[in-house]
Design a protein around this ligand. Structure first.
Ligand SMILES: *Cc1c(COP(=O)(O)O)cnc(C)c1O
Length: 400
């Protein structure tokens, strides 16, 4: 492989670009995870993650990809044969449903069109039909990374309450946490699943569960086999800042640094930044004359935008052109969207000018690939950003 000057643009919706501060924090001698210095690191990571989940409840950290934390959420709360209601928002919801079925759960999948989030009204009426309360959990993906569509979790909670149903609410925030406003406690979520390599700006390798008291109580009688994922020993060790088995120590150094960065910027500012970049991206897409996959503006994702290519244009050929000419990786179409869409990740360590570089690469790439577009997207995005800066005094640097 020859040297490519400048930084590669890793604009897939995760893993995201890892900032230098985090890389430097990881590049530190591994310490004894049972030694006296470790507790401060473990405690800082756990308490910082509680702030990010917006919860006072329990948090566990696994040395695992997000898929591990999916499994953990299910095996800690459910028993073999339990019925769970899962909502088909896209490819990630589909994978979670498959995982649940493989664990021996009766995983009912409510069909969706991959252009909308989970429908709270449909969930409510399904729960109202469940007179015997056989459904033990409702599982929803907050930000469906295959489509760029979010689900309205607060409304899903209200739907469960309106149906007077005791099911647990399990939510995947792997690609939304620390990018899109998310409130574990306020929204009454029982288990939130998260991962390190998206909004948290870390390499892959850590994942998380935030656990309500109700979920913890359910774990007392849940019968699915579990050992590595078991919450009890994790929570017991966590009280003192330690782990029952070897944690991913160097990733925890990175997590502590990433949490500091998020709090320095302020979580609300982080969310506003993602909202701004998503809006500018959608303006660019429309100015090109292309279509965003998400149909409901209330469900637009601020972490990524999925762009539909015109009929007859293979989206992967466009991605290949962009990678070859401009050293930028965009997300591929997953599952039934293969070849039909590409995904622009605008989450994590990302600013206005990284967005403009990204959109310039997409605009040039679309033209090079022979796609008929109006070359007006970059300008539309710049106008959008300029307007946002005029309106809000949101200078990224305070005056000296
Ligand atoms: C990335 C992602 C996953 C899978 O996480 P892994 O770390 O690849 O196991 C699951 N759900 C969502 C919404 C994701 O974005």
């Amino acid at each position: 492989m020859s040297y490519h000057a400048g930084r590669h643009f890793l604009q897939i919706p995760g893993p995201t670009n890892v900032p230098d501060r985090v890389l430097r924090a990881i590049d530190f001698p591994t310490m004894d995870h049972r030694g006296p210095d470790f507790a401060a690191l473990g405690k800082a990571c756990l308490s910082g993650m509680k702030k990010v989940f917006q919860t006072e409840a329990h948090v566990v950290i696994y040395p695992a990809s997000g898929t591990g934390a999916w499994e953990a959420a299910l095996v800690n709360t459910l028993s073999p044969g339990d019925k769970v209601l899962m909502y088909e928002t896209g490819q990630f919801a589909t994978l979670w449903q498959k995982l649940a079925a493989r664990l021996g759960l009766d995983a009912e999948f409510m069909g969706g069109d991959w252009r909308h989030g989970a429908d709270p009204a449909a969930i409510q009426s399904r729960l109202e039909q469940d007179k015997g309360q056989a459904i033990k959990a409702v599982c929803v993906v907050h930000n469906e990374t295959s489509t760029g569509v979010t689900s309205r979790i607060a409304e899903v909670r209200k739907a469960i309450d309106a149906a007077k149903h005791p099911a647990l609410l399990l939510v995947d925030t792997i690609s939304s946490l620390a990018s899109i406003d998310y409130r574990h406690d306020e929204w009454g979520v029982d288990v939130t699943v998260a991962g390190s390599q998206k909004g948290l700006m870390l390499p892959p390798g850590l994942s998380f569960n935030a656990i309500s008291e109700k979920a913890l109580a359910a774990s007392g009688s849940a019968k699915l086999p579990r050992s590595y994922w078991a919450w009890d020993e994790m929570l017991a060790s966590g009280k003192t800042g330690y782990f029952p088995y070897t944690p991913a120590t160097n990733l925890l150094y990175g997590l502590r640094e990433a949490l500091d960065m998020l709090f320095e910027e302020g979580l609300q500012n982080v969310f506003a930044r993602h909202d701004r970049h998503a809006e500018a991206t959608r303006r660019a897409v429309r100015a090109w004359g292309l279509e965003v996959l998400a149909l409901n503006p209330a469900e637009y994702s601020s972490a990524l935008t999925t762009v539909m290519t015109p009929a007859g244009v293979n989206a992967d050929a466009v991605r290949k052109t962009i990678l070859e000419h401009f050293d930028m990786s965009l997300g591929t179409g997953l599952g039934k969207l293969a070849g039909k869409v590409f995904r622009i990740g605008h989450l994590g360590d990302f600013n206005d000018l990284t967005l403009m570089g990204t959109l310039a690469g997409v605009e040039m790439g679309l033209q090079l690939a022979g796609v008929k577009i109006k070359p007006a997207g970059v300008q539309a995005a710049m106008d959008c950003l300029a307007e946002a800066h005029r309106k809000a005094p949101g200078a990224v640097r305070a005056a000296a």
